[in-house]
Write a protein that binds this ligand. Structure first.
Ligand SMILES: [Zn+2]
Length: 136
């Protein structure tokens, strides 16, 4: 179960980015993760709730998760295909010389923040994040 490590990583990265941008309160964080990363989103939401109670910066913040479709590359035909539909064997030539192009990663896609002038304002700003986490 690497969800806890992942949320821990996301919280640390978001805190770092928030500090650099003089942001004191986070409204929401959107995480993108690969279709075959094995991440269970229910755990992510649970851990996120726990962190949001522990750190004032994340109080009342919302976590959103988006999926990145998994894509495999066939070295024989030089094409890409859907990993989930066909696995490690290329559906075009039957070759096993394939590897995962994407679908096993997690990254922080965006961070929404409360207006620093009025913390109760519903209008948040957006920060483009670039943090990326590679599950073991
Ligand atoms: Zn092929």
């Amino acid at each position: 179960m690497h969800e806890l490590g992942l949320v821990n990583y996301a919280v640390k990265e978001v805190s770092k980015i928030a500090e650099q941008n003089n942001v004191s309160r986070i409204k929401s964080v959107t995480l993108e993760f690969g279709e075959v990363s094995g991440i269970v989103t229910d755990y992510l939401y649970d851990y996120w709730n726990w962190y949001s109670k522990k750190f004032p910066m994340f109080e009342d913040s919302t976590l959103y998760c988006e999926e990145i479709p998994a894509v495999t590359w066939c070295d024989n035909c030089k094409i890409q295909y859907s990993t989930v539909a066909y696995g490690k064997t290329c559906p075009h030539c039957g070759s096993g010389r394939t590897w995962l192009l994407r679908g096993n990663e997690m990254r922080i896609k965006s961070i929404e923040v409360y207006d620093s002038d009025d913390a109760s304002s519903a209008d948040g700003g957006d920060i483009e994040a670039s943090g990326e986490y590679k599950p073991q």
